[in-house]
Ligand binder design. Structure first.
Ligand code: NAD
Length: 444
């Protein structure tokens, strides 16, 4: 099939690349000329496992074309995906400006019938707005085409985006047009060999499904963090409690970890947006408000433990930081717990030495209020030279089984504050470390 994808960020680039990998002809469009120029030269602006290889392969065989020329893309396509950002507006609602701009441009340039597939995460009712916007532009041009707007929310996860797109748990299509559904079923067939994974529904339910999924996952995290906080008060261990409750099939083990909070470009903004969507209709989404409030507190949980140990003033102290990205497998630091943690440590007078396998460049450019207090280390051990403690913030695999002897030699105090509960308490005791976890008040 011939496809245009508007927006070449995480979602658009992965979507376009994976469709081209299955033999479709894909135009990837972006208004960011710098991004398009880089991609044309084969430079992939984001880190995602396996992505660069697929981009280069499909670009060289002509199936994947990067351009800022939307007209060229549309002239050669019968399906147009919209995968632009929907950032958080000042009041917490989803900002639809990019989506509606993209719709307007489609209406100004399209010269034939078109299936418009919205992949951006958008409030219920946006598909109608997109259709109206396109039809208004066509009317201005005295043209009439059949424009079908479909909702196809994306569920890929940063860090495993290609894998998730290639083998999705499900593909959701919101449309009431049987022909359109058949076309998209064919397009997605290579990814959904098990047809149960291709789920169709009305447009509004599809739009809502994305928010409900992210809100559910965020709720699970905040719930576990709440239980962890109670465990600390009562002398229980969240690691054991997790095993105990996860064994119940109705609960399950996945996504059941306590930690120092969720971040990223989706959960925080989508939870806020859903609260706002509900409020606009006069409904107070109390659970979601608490999920968000608890997460904001949880991002500072390690700082609270550091203050309990060292006092309110941290001047003269240096902390090693392992992990900056909001989760492993990505260089994305949007809303990452590391940002809040490091800014707070520095505000209290500390210096930090940081290391992350992927996010060092992006961290240095954008994230810290006082970059003079932040030293960027070459590797995980250099980040520990003469530090008074280590804070582990992202559970990258390379932090899983470190050389504790080497760490002991480098650190002034052998103290670890672990925001992701990565180590065995007994092992660390043997190596002489003082070890603080999340949700582990168990001393015996
Ligand atoms: P992103 O910010 O990485 O990329 C968006 C891209 O769209 C940018 O490159 C921007 O320049 C481009 N753009 C904006 N307006 C444009 C226009 N008019 N024409 C052409 N290009 C335009 O965003 P993302 O992370 O890919 O997210 C896109 C959407 O998908 C959001 O709604 C997000 O909530 C949703 N989503 C994201 C993820 C994720 O993990 N990142 C997962 C699922 C869903």
């Amino acid at each position: 099939m011939k496809i245009t994808v508007i927006g070449t960020g995480y979602v658009g680039l992965v979507t376009g690349t994976c469709f081209s990998e299955m033999g479709n002809n894909v135009y990837c469009i972006d208004i960011d000329n710098g991004k398009i120029e880089c991609l044309k030269k084969g430079i992939v602006p984001i880190y995602e496992p396996g992505l660069e290889e697929l981009v280069l392969k499909n670009q060289s065989n002509g199936d994947l074309i990067f351009t800022n020329n939307l007209k060229e893309g549309l002239n050669n396509s019968n399906i147009c995906f919209i995968a632009v950002g929907t950032p958080m507006g000042e009041d917490g609602s989803a900002n639809l400006q990019h989506v509606l701009d993209a719709a307007k441009e489609v209406g100004q340039l399209v010269n034939h019938d078109l299936i418009v597939v919205n992949k951006s995460t958008v409030p219920v009712g946006t598909a109608d707005k997109v259709k109206t916007t396109i039809l208004e532009e066509l009317e201005q041009r005295n043209l009439k085409f059949n424009i079908e707007v479909v909702s196809n929310p994306e569920f890929l996860k940063e860090g495993s985006a290609v894998e998730d797109f290639m083998r999705p748990d499900r593909v959701i299509i919101g449309s009431s047009n049987e022909n359109v559904i058949e076309t998209l079923k064919e397009l997605y067939a290579p990814f959904t060999t098990n047809h149960e994974r291709f789920i169709t529904m009305d447009v509004r339910s599809a739009e809502m499904t994305k928010y409900a999924a992210n809100a559910m996952l965020a709720t699970r995290i905040s719930f576990m963090n709440e239980i962890a906080n109670i465990c600390e008060k009562v002398g229980a261990d969240i690691n054991n409690v997790r095993k105990g409750i996860g064994s119940d099939k109705r609960i399950g083990y996945n996504f059941l970890y306590a930690g120092c909070g969720y971040g990223g470009s989706c959960f925080p903004k989508d939870v806020k947006a859903l609260i706002k969507i509900a409020a606009n209709k006069g409904y107070d989404a109390n659970i979601l408000k608490e999920v968000e409030a608890l997460n904001n507190q949880q991002k500072l949980t390690l700082v609270r433990k550091v203050v309990d140990k060292f006092g309110e003033s941290l001047s003269g102290l240096t902390f090693g930081i392992w992990g900056l990205s909001f989760k492993p497998g990505t260089d994305d630091m949007r809303e990452a717990p590391s940002v809040v943690t490091i800014n707070k440590l520095c505000e209290l007078g500390a210096k930090v030495q940081v290391y992350d396998p992927q996010a060092m460049e992006v961290a240095e450019k954008y994230y810290f209020e006082d970059n003079k207090k932040v030293k960027y280390a070459k590797n995980k051990y250099d980040a520990l030279d003469s530090v008074h403690s280590l804070l582990l913030l992202t559970e990258w695999k390379e932090f899983r089984s470190p050389d504790f002897e080497e760490m002991s030699k480098r650190m002034v105090n052998k103290i670890i504050f672990d925001g992701r509960n990565q180590y065995n308490k007994e092992t660390l005791k043997e190596f002489g470390f003082e070890y603080h976890q999340i949700g582990n008040g168990y001393e015996g």
